[in-house]
Design a binder for this molecule. Sequence first.
Ligand code: NAI
Length: 453
Amino acid sequence: MDFDVIVIGSGPAGYVAAIKASQLGMRVACVEKDPTLGGTCLNVGCIPSKALLKSSHLYHEMSVQAELHGIEVGSLSYSLEKMMQRKNSVINKFTKGIDYLFKKNKITTLSGRATFVDPHTIMVGEKKVSAKNFIIATGSVPASLPFLPIDEEHIVTSTGALRLKSVPKRLVVIGAGVIGLELGSVYGRLGSEVTVVEYFDRILPEFDETVSKVAEKVFKRQGFTFRLGARVTKAEKGKVYLDQEVIEADTILVAIGRKPYSEGLGLEKIGVTLDARGYISIDSAFRTTHPHIYAIGDVACPPMLAHKGSKEAEVVAELIAGHINTVNYLAVPNVVYTDPEIASVGLTEQKAKELAIPYKTSQFPFAANSRQGTVSHDPDGFVKVLMNTDTQKIIGMHIIGPSASDLIMEGVIAIENNLPMSAILHANHAHPTFSEAVHEAILGLTKEGFIHI
Ligand code: NAI
């Protein structure tokens, strides 16, 4: 055998699996079909979108906040081209970083598309390579609607939206999920009129309902128009048709979710099966129908999140090395990098009800947090926590507000480690910090209640 492990795909699931397996003493190769390492996350996903979110946020803050802070900026303008160049240089830095990490960890990079010829052998271009174990981490691609031909220019997925040449006057986004709201924010801040069409009757349908409601209010204030409970029946260049309405659009962004990607791997030839939704069928140890062929990340199971894939990557490498490990999916956080940020971990209140778990909630508004008062007068935003009243354990945390992406880690650590709410309650939170809002939300679960409201 040429290698102990061949990882197929170099996204946040694949590259982390390769590094971890190498650290555990295995001879590792990683196959990548694209010219750069890093997969969707680094090349056309998390990293470029966060780079553009930063640039557009800075411009927007200067336009609307500078004066409030006594800063005179005169006339303000931006260059989308330069913003895109900066974004590209960020991508470049990160993808090169993985090259470096692979060299450091003595991982062989195989460039090309991997196709199984038998359960222990793949072809990469003309090259035949064999391994004792395989980890499939081929990710996902944007889902599309049958009547909406994507041209990545006028009708785009997130990939095209990250490369637009000009800011559309009217941007219609189909899908009020993470991508729709993040990329809608980028172009909204740069001047687009943004209309978001959502099939469900609320935005961010997977989040806690209280968060969705406040988020809708905040985004409307920022200029978003929403069409909720709306079905897109047809679309063409320039027009989106709903049941009762036609919306004009210069650019249409289709952000209705992603689907697992395993095309061209030759899985049918070796008997590796897919489930009804197109995910590779795996057991609880990430094993496919062949116990030495594993699948992780977006191609294996939801939620389709980079850090979930990276966590599975560490666990699968340890399983191959003979260690025992699992992923606690309840402790996987979900973050939306809008302004304010939105973050969630564990059960929503709706889910706790559905599961008949005895729970108590507490919600503390950022309006009563002193740090927030020094940086913004945004009246909305809160930390909401859910506690199981039988066990006193934290079972959910939902935040809309400043630094939610970092604050959520208190909830992640509590849920991952099955901690009682007293673990956060007794921890001294620095003043003045946003994290005091998490502490206060926990105080709200006690008999005495909040201090600052
Ligand atoms: P999503 O699943 O978050 O949202 C898609 C939305 O589209 C849902 O609200 C859904 O109800 C709606 N929808 C579906 N079909 C529709 C239709 N025909 N008409 C109107 N609405 C429709 O998917 P999204 O935003 O495309 O993101 C894809 C994946 O990438 C997600 O799994 C997401 O978690 C991940 N991602 C994560 C990011 C982060 O962690 N910050 C950033 C970007 C993407």
